[in-house]
Design a protein around this ligand. Structure first.
Ligand SMILES: Nc1ncnc2c1ncn2[C@@H]1O[C@H](COP(=O)(O)OP(=O)(O)O)[C@@H](O)[C@H]1O
Ligand SMILES: [Mg+2]
Length: 214
């Protein structure tokens, strides 16, 4: 089965209608970017696609299973083993070292730390340091290493490079895209940065309450 994520006819509103009629399909080794202005509902859509918000309408299938009709334990297992969630606010433990933070992810998912990945993200020398001693950009790369070390099949990333300088942002995107290729995984990236979106296989925009490819 090559389709990892399929969303059909999704609609959602909070105080006002955010979007409707959203359809999306992402296959193995594919990366897609979702662009849109602030407040257009990008983060909400990402939460809907990644098991965290039940939409008002529509269906989300991950690995061929309709997510919002699964029992809670099954959803938890998918989150733990199959999904990698990179949000802008990273939830690292400040008093622990970079390595200990990454180990939390690998122990929970029963995987090993991939030192090649750590080298590639240029954070090998930070492993013994406490998170509080690292720069914002280093912390962000540690959190990305933690997510990728779990070996997820689908990566959901919300502005993962927002706080990084261009060179580091490009490095992080390169590493994530290499991961996708090597692991037959998928990336759903939310960004307002067109140059990051251009690195993906396809692009969509949330505009006028619709998701359109361009
Ligand atoms: N949990 C929530 N409850 C109520 N309103 C929300 C909630 N989450 C987001 N919103 C509202 O939905 C709109 C879209 O938010 P968001 O999805 O974060 O947009 P974006 O990521 O594109 O900036 C905003 O007006 C925001 O205030
Ligand atoms: Mg957002």
């Amino acid at each position: 089965m090559s389709t990892l994520l399929k969303a059909t006819d999704i609609a959602h509103a909070f105080d006002y209608q955010l979007f409707s009629n959203v359809n999306l399909e992402v296959k193995k080794r594919e990366s897609i970017a979702i662009l849109g202005r602030s407040g257009s509902g990008k983060s909400t859509l990402l939460h809907i696609l990644s098991t965290f918000i039940t939409p008002n309408q529509g269906k989300v299938e991950l690995f061929g299973k309709e997510v919002y009709s699964l029992p809670k334990d099954d959803i938890e297992a998918i989150r733990r083993y199959d999904l990698g969630i990179i949000f802008q606010a990273h939830y690292l433990f400040k008093g622990m070292t970079a390595q200990e933070n990454i180990e939390i992810g690998t122990i929970l998912s029963k995987k090993n730390i991939d030192m090649k990945l750590i080298e590639r993200l240029e954070i090998a020398e930070t492993m013994k340091q406490k998170i509080g001693e690292l720069s914002g950009g280093q912390q962000q790369r540690v959190s990305i290493a933690r997510v990728l070390s779990k070996q997820p099949k689908i990566i959901f990333a919300d502005e993962p490079t927002g706080n990084l300088d261009r060179e580091t942002a490009t490095l992080v995107m390169d590493v994530i895209l290499e991961y996708i290729e090597e692991n037959n995984a998928t990336l759903v990236l939310v960004t307002h940065d067109e140059s990051m979106a251009m690195m993906c296989n396809s692009r969509y925009k949330l505009e006028n309450r619709e998701l359109v490819g361009f």
